[in-house]
Design a protein around this ligand. Structure first.
Ligand SMILES: C[C@@]1(CC(=O)O)c2cc3[nH]c(cc4nc(cc5[nH]c(cc(n2)[C@H]1CCC(=O)O)[C@@](C)(CC(=O)O)[C@@H]5CCC(=O)O)C(CC(=O)O)=C4CCC(=O)O)c(CCC(=O)O)c3CC(=O)O
Ligand SMILES: NC(=O)C1=CN([C@@H]2O[C@H](COP(=O)(O)OP(=O)(O)OC[C@H]3O[C@@H](n4cnc5c(N)ncnc54)[C@H](O)[C@@H]3O)[C@@H](O)[C@H]2O)C=CC1
Length: 202
């Protein structure tokens, strides 16, 4: 296995989940957290779907269902359904995730950590989803509670650095110095502290 991690924009984009079991429920929730418009087609649905903001269709899934989707997830556990959906996705150029047969998929779900703008996806190349989740949880423990606020400040400081420093080298030095100082302090810097950083770098 040699998987390449890539971030894909799913906000406001339609995604199909085939199957209505607990695995489909977890995949659907994960897609909703990314802002996707989720349609779930399944013969039956577990009760957990009642609290999810998805469009449900109670029927067998068909290859035509993949049309117009940004991503398709098969969580039916049925090899023939997986084969048909994968073929339909392949010919339409749509990324396909198969919960039960990783060897048949083009895309896998990692264990995900979200903290404001931070998104981390951890994979073990299919070896152990439990181990991927364990690494995600350790990462979660290691990142301070204030990280989200610091990240918001860093986003603003990047705009400021682009305006104030003509050279990339200065911009990078300023941004690294601000990040190190904020993490050391455990909170976003004050205006006086960022002004001081700017003077130091000049
Ligand atoms: C290849 C991959 C394809 C994909 O689903 O995209 C895949 C495949 C399979 N998973 C199986 C089982 C379980 N998976 C989970 C949970 C998660 N599985 C996830 C991802 C992936 N699972 C992809 C690779 C990820 C990587 O590279 O590491 C996570 C990270 C993300 C997510 O699903 O959203 C999420 C943790 C999320 C979290 O905690 O946040 C649990 C629940 C638990 O752990 O309690 C169990 C039951 C316990 C167990 O079996 O360990 C089986 C065997 C099924 C069987 O036995 O019938 C297969 C098929 C096979 O391997 O053959
Ligand atoms: N990737 C992962 O993280 C995990 C994958 N799995 C695998 O994923 C598969 C699904 O797991 P569960 O949700 O526990 O199974 P499940 O049997 O509870 O759910 C399967 C769902 O698919 C529906 N379905 C079956 N054939 C269909 C069809 N042709 N059209 C529409 N709907 C159809 C069923 O009505 C049911 O709702 C299993 O094969 C399991 O081995 C299981 C756990 C985790």
């Amino acid at each position: 296995m040699a998987w390449f991690p890539i971030m894909i924009e799913l906000g406001g984009r339609p995604c199909l989940v085939a199957g209505g079991g607990t695995t489909a429920q977890r995949k659907a929730r994960s897609l909703l957290e990314a802002g996707a418009l989720v349609k779930v087609v399944s013969l039956r649905f577990v009760a957990g779907f009642d609290s999810l903001d998805v469009r449900r269709e109670a029927r067998a899934v068909r290859p035509q269902d993949v049309q117009g989707m940004a991503l398709v997830v098969d969580a039916t556990g049925d090899p023939e359904t997986a084969r048909q959906l994968r073929a339909a996705c392949r010919s339409a150029g749509i990324p396909f995730n198969c919960a039960a047969h990783p060897e048949k998929e083009d895309a896998a779900f990692p264990a995900i950590l979200r903290r404001g703008s931070l998104v981390a996806g951890i994979s073990t190349s299919g070896a152990s989803p439990a181990a991927a989740a364990w690494v995600r949880d350790r990462l979660d423990d290691a990142i301070p509670d204030t990280f989200e606020e610091i990240l918001t400040q860093m986003e603003n400081l990047r705009q400021r650095a682009k305006q104030r420093f003509p050279e990339q080298r200065q911009r990078a030095a300023f941004l690294h110095a601000c990040l190190d100082a904020a993490l050391e302090k455990g909170a976003p810097l004050t205006a006086a502290e960022t002004d001081e950083m700017e003077r130091t770098v000049r």
